[in-house]
Design a protein around this ligand. Structure first.
Ligand code: NAD
Length: 241
């Protein structure tokens, strides 16, 4: 299937490794021009070279996407390099584990900043360009925890459900604008990435490349009537319909 996004311009945040990187690779495979952000300059450079090897037009921007001013800087850098933005893949690192009843205000605020407000800021900054183009695809990488709270991942369970509520409402707003923009989330279950290793995950793991392909389909022309969806990619562990 030709996804119809050859030549489109994407910003993929926290894309130097893991699920963001896999999505950047899948988009580049469809001919999308990609700006990738990441915190770590070395892994960002490795990912840039992989994308270049695919024949992609690619640029990278190092920085912490959870800093309040960073989304505006990243969108501006994308527009400066490629002229606009059509596709936003909003991603950030996951919060540390912790029991709900042990969390401090600081821990909760930090997770809400990283896993809710960062995506909201990225969407807000990208929308004017998508509206001007009369087309846009927004895909936020969240977690299966929006469907089923995971034990000891209280910060993820809390912040991401907040984002889920915001996105559902934004999907309604965008549908009523009729500007050709959709907003959806992809919700990974356990995948074989560095984060999973850090959390000590074991058992059956998803392949990040397959996850990247699902996220890329949501950014395709054919996905134009999918809006406000939370697509779970978890091998059936939540059985969420
Ligand atoms: P990862 O740690 O393997 O990779 C994350 C990438 O983002 C790294 O390159 C890292 O340098 C970069 N990054 C992290 N924080 C950043 C920041 N503040 N600014 C810029 N770049 C940053 O993580 P992953 O497994 O790919 O997970 C991606 C998202 O999906 C996370 O929010 C994670 O919690 C969520 N998730 C992952 C899994 C899984 O099994 N891998 C499951 C559920 C949810």
């Amino acid at each position: 299937m030709n996804l119809g996004i050859d030549g489109k311009i994407a910003l993929v945040t926290a894309g130097s490794r893991g699920l963001g990187r896999a999505t950047a690779l899948a988009l580049a495979g469809e001919g999308v021009r990609v700006m990738v952000s990441g915190r770590d300059a070395d892994s960002l450079e490795r990912t840039r070279l992989e994308l270049v090897a695919l024949g992609a037009e690619v640029a990278v921007c190092a920085g912490d996407v959870t800093e309040p001013d960073e989304p505006a800087r990243l969108v501006a850098a994308t527009v400066e390099r490629f002229g606009s933005i059509d596709i936003l893949v909003a991603n950030a690192g996951g919060p540390p584990p912790g029991r709900a009843i042990d969390l401090s205000d600081d821990q909760l605020e930090s997770a809400i900043n990283a896993n809710l407000l960062t995506s909201v800021r990225l969407v807000r900054e990208s929308l004017p360009y998508m509206r001007a183009n009369g087309w846009g695809r927004i895909c936020c990488i969240t977690s299966y925890t929006v469907k089923q709270a995971a034990p000891v991942l209280a910060l993820s369970n809390t912040a991401r459900v907040g984002l889920w509520g915001w996105m559902k409402t934004a999907a309604h707003d965008l549908a009523s604008e009729s500007t050709g923009i959709t907003i959806n989330m992809v919700c990974p279950g356990p995948h074989a990435t560095d984060r999973m290793k850090e959390l000590g995950g074991s058992g059956v793991m998803g392949d990040p490349a397959e996850f990247g392909a699902v996220a890329t389909f949501l950014c395709s022309t054919q996905a134009g009537f999918i809006n406000g969806a939370a697509i779970v990619v978890d091998g059936g562990s939540t059985l969420a319909l």
